[in-house]
Write a protein that binds this ligand. Sequence first.
Ligand SMILES: C[S@@+](CC[C@H](N)C(=O)[O-])C[C@H]1O[C@@H](n2cnc3c(N)ncnc32)[C@H](O)[C@@H]1O
Length: 195
Amino acid sequence: MNPREPKDFPLGRWNLCVGGAGRVMDGYVNLDLFAMPGVNVAADAAELPFRSDIFQRVECDAVLEHVRDPAQVMSEIRRVLAPGGYAHLVTPFCHPFHEYPKDFRRFTLDGLKELAGGMEVVAEGWRTGPTATLLVIVIEYGKLLFPFRAWRAVMHVVLGWLLFPLRYLDLLLFRSASVGRIGNHCYIWLRKPGG
Ligand SMILES: C[S@@+](CC[C@H](N)C(=O)[O-])C[C@H]1O[C@@H](n2cnc3c(N)ncnc32)[C@H](O)[C@@H]1O
């Protein structure tokens, strides 16, 4: 995690988490394509079942790579955001294929900003950096060498545990202007005009 990523944009009375899966997020309505414990509303982010201008904050973390039409989802996020409200988007750049339930694309920071649709970009950067990229690739590579699902699961846990401390190298690399060349997940914060 990048310690310089801002987290202090205000929550309001109503806040939305798009594609939160089973994560428990205090203060948020959690919407996901699939009903599961922790999810408050099962719906497609391409058609948010809420009235316009209602949420002070919208979180959308590691979801836009899984939707068919990210521009449509962004237009829905913009619609339900209250004037002056904030959206936080996180997407993978260098990251292995992972289906939830599909995996359509990757984003550069420039590509992510193209989805702002008239909202102001108030912060941008890399949440996880080049070392995170290296580690997830090594772990995926290691898993490929094992034919059985159970062995792959063990490999995932063991390699993940052994390599985890190396992630702190990203604290150094976040200082480099070139961190995005092989960054893992990028983020932007958007503010809807008005309010
Ligand atoms: C990689 S997971 C991310 C989960 C969570 N945001 C996190 O960071 O731990 C992607 C989530 O997006 C959900 N998702 C995928 N397509 C969606 C859609 N069209 N509408 C709503 N949620 C969707 C998936 O069901 C899954 O729970």
